[in-house]
Design a protein around this ligand. Structure first.
Ligand code: 4NP
Length: 152
């Protein structure tokens, strides 16, 4: 059965759609299913922020067809690994955990590339285009580490 991985940020329009697209581009879709969602309900049903669509397109990744969804406890049942983009979202995901097995699935994504540092992927929503380039590079590096771990 395919391994299922969920990327989670606040709005599911900037960071986690990029993380989904980047990781998907590095893995075999018959073996891995990647999705994303947000801890908030702010943008449910919307496509990613145009600045995320643009930076992904610049690196030949199409995220334009994604639709924002909100994280719920049911996601713990459907996914093997849940990556939070920052500490605030990590805390809000953990609050919805029903038992230790749920909690064990959740990690900060940048701990893959920067172990034990508990770094945040900065929220680029209120900034300029440069923030999206920085987010892209951080997520690309983290996803490269995730792939190395998953594909033996
Ligand atoms: P994201 O960025 O969590 O990376 O999707 C944000 C998107 C929207 C808002 C905040 C962060 N917002 O406040 O609407």
């Amino acid at each position: 059965m395919a391994t299922k991985i969920l990327m989670v940020c606040l709005g599911n329009i900037c960071r986690s759609p990029l993380a989904e697209g980047i990781l998907q581009s590095k893995l075999d879709p018959t073996q891995f299913q990647i999705a994303s969602c947000g801890t908030s309900n702010y943008h449910i049903g919307k496509k990613p922020d145009q600045r995320s669509i643009n930076i992904a397109k610049h690196y030949n990744i199409d995220i334009s067809l994604q639709k924002a969804a909100q994280f719920t406890a049911q996601h713990f049942d459907r996914y093997n690994h849940i990556y939070a983009m920052d500490n605030e979202n990590y805390t809000n995901i953990i609050k919805l955990a029903r038992h230790q097995e749920d909690k064990n699935k959740v990690q900060l994504i940048l701990n893959e590339s920067h172990p034990q540092q508990n770094l945040d992927v900065p929220d680029p929503y209120y900034g300029g285009d440069q923030g999206f380039e920085e987010v892209y590079q951080l997520l690309d590096e983290a996803c490269t580490h995730i792939v190395k771990k998953l594909v033996l």
